[in-house]
Write a protein that binds this ligand. Sequence first.
Ligand SMILES: Cc1ncc(C[n+]2csc(CCOP(=O)(O)OP(=O)(O)O)c2C)c(N)n1
Length: 328
Amino acid sequence: MKQRHSPLPLIRDMVRDMVRIRCVEEELATVYREEQEMRTPVHFSIGQEATAVGVCAALRRTDVIYSGHRCHAQFLAKGGDLLGMVAELHGRENGCSAGRGGSVHLADQAAGFGASSAILGEMISVATGAAWAFARRGESRVAVTFFGDGASEEGVFHESLNFAAVHRLPVVFVCENNQYSLSSPLTARQPSAGSISGRARGYGIPARRLDGNDVGAVFEAAREAVADCRDGKGPWFLEFDTYRWREHVGPDWDYDVSPRSKNEIDSWIARCPIRRAVDFLSTSDSDIEADVSDWERTFRAEVHEAVAEARASPFPAVEHLLAGTYES
Ligand SMILES: Cc1ncc(C[n+]2csc(CCOP(=O)(O)OP(=O)(O)O)c2C)c(N)n1
């Protein structure tokens, strides 16, 4: 398939980042199934890596992103600390949320990953508030919120878009439209007329709907949106069509146990964002296939080291149970 023309070294870097995320999630899925060490629910983004990587490649470290339950890919793409994430999934004290939050409550302020939350749509409003703060303080920073097609059905989605449009806030709304909310397909939940990005246009927000498995196209769209936000011409709305390969929550495949048929899943696996970008590069870059294999070895070893270190780390002490809560 055709790839947009971002600079080739950049596409190479984005391939490396996507491979890293794929390796981290695949290895975590394997050890999750084998061990009972991780007691957090996990929502993997395997198959959706291009949206996180393409958008984050257009951001500065000082820009801040917010996400929902399916947040590992964005956390890593923004530069979040791998051990902090893996230890958090293990409920350890050195986890990025001190072992209190699990996989749906990641945070890394130094990397510009503000927060994630499993309350559907919640972070859309928090990102809008962060963008308001950036604008009021005159800071050249952009807030980005990632959410699914299901979250666009929450009331807070509409309130936040309207508020951002009225105040022209530097926020990019990124909808990862993976076609399902749990096992409920988009076609059964939303009217056939119109689209999610069309609703954003209804609030006067410029919006684009693109192939979310084309990392170059994702990056180019994000770059334009982020530049406009930095110039005071925000907000922007980007809807990316993509697909998660595994079950909604958990490490397994869900072939034929939901409305998602094997044929449908396989047709999306054939559109793998990593394979597509590698195929595109390999016409002019004879080293890319070998480099991908090297990266895979390196990243799989890296995540195993992080898992071992997390498991050797202490759980939060009982006497610190209330640390970080309003009561303390
Ligand atoms: C306010 C709220 N309502 C319902 C849920 C239950 N819930 C968790 S994930 C989910 C589906 C989310 O679908 P989508 O936003 O498309 O994201 P995806 O899981 O497909 O990435 C629902 C309904 C929730 N967590 N919060």
